[in-house]
Design a protein around this ligand. Structure first.
Ligand SMILES: [Zn+2]
Length: 309
């Protein structure tokens, strides 16, 4: 297990990366790690993640109460505690508001994972946790209900939370969720992403389950039948620092994604439709085909409306 000083360094590095990538704004987002003795290290409340420092981190007990130093934990740390309480293998939690993934979460969508490698890393879905004010036990409840089976969750009308056995893996999962959300958004004008065949998903989930020692308890619970086992590659935690410098905000799409987003999420008709609570926001996520269809239908309807106007 990394030393406390090393964990503090990694929390600060992740915090700075979240800010530089535009995945948090104002005082948004929080990063934490589990320490020995039932304590936790977490970014303090009311700071920009650009200003996170090793000496300014909060140290809490198992209930989330500050026990050392002057740093005060954020109210959203309750969400982290919910994940830690559910899974002993979770040693790090990252919460942020990356724009593409958060756009989906605010539209009441979840992600059916559509890239083969991503299924090994995340499973076959990034489900949508029902909305809750993000503090206290009520805020943690939607996390606790799902985190036993998933390593990354979209938080309805809020953002994203990821967990891992290391800060590195939790951050990489955040990166992957945002990457999937970006690709999903880019594919919308082309008719949306195509789902992988069910038998392929089953084989990939078997690989994920076989790699559970590296990927955590959720991977061990992944479904799927027998398949050739290939060892998952995980970068060495000691060699890892967040990638940088970050890309320009618009580098992914050359401006096309932002234009697509304004059509998909910024138009009044779609916005009002998205504000209607979906079944997925109050219960288990809907069937994959339903979610993909509803997203694609919303885009097509909006494009048709714009062409008629
Ligand atoms: Zn948040």
């Amino acid at each position: 297990m990394p030393t406390r000083a090393e964990l503090a360094r990694q929390i600060v590095a992740v915090s700075h990366a979240l800010h530089h990538r535009g995945w948090v704004a104002n005082h948004d987002g929080n990063v934490s790690a589990r320490l020995d003795g039932g304590r936790f290290l977490v970014t303090p409340t009311a700071i920009s993640k650009a200003d996170a420092s090793e000496g300014g981190l909060a140290v809490t007990d198992a209930s989330g109460k500050a026990v050392e130093g002057e740093g005060k934990p954020p109210s959203e740390f309750a969400l982290h505690l919910g994940a830690y309480a559910e899974r002993d293998d979770v040693l790090a939690v990252v919460h942020a508001h990356p724009p593409y993934a958060t756009a989906l979460a605010c539209a009441g969508k979840s992600i059916d994972v559509f890239l083969p490698e991503a299924i090994v890393s995340l499973g076959d879905a990034v489900p949508l946790a029902p909305f809750a004010i993000p503090s206290g036990e009520a805020g943690a409840a939607p996390i606790r209900a799902l985190i036993g089976r998933y390593d990354a969750l979209l938080l309805c009308r809020h953002g994203v939370i990821t967990v891992g056995p290391t800060l590195e893996l939790a951050m990489l999962r955040m990166e992957l969720v945002e990457h999937l959300a970006c690709i999903l958004t880019l594919a919308l004008p082309h008719g949306g992403v195509q789902p992988l065949p069910a038998d392929v998903i089953a084989k990939l989930l078997a690989k994920r389950r076989a790699a559970s020692g590296l990927l955590g308890a959720a991977a061990a619970l992944a479904g799927g039948g027998a398949a050739p086992i290939e060892e998952a590659s995980t970068p060495s935690p000691t060699a890892w620092t967040p990638a940088g410098p970050p890309p320009a905000r618009d580098a992914w799409s050359g401006g096309e994604t932002e234009a697509a987003c304004s059509v998909v999420y910024g138009a009044p008709g779609v916005a009002s439709a998205a504000s209607t609570p979906s079944p997925a926001s109050s219960a288990a996520p809907a069937a994959p085909a339903d979610r993909n269809e509803s997203l694609t239908d919303a885009v097509q309807a909006e494009i048709a409306r714009l062409l008629q106007s």
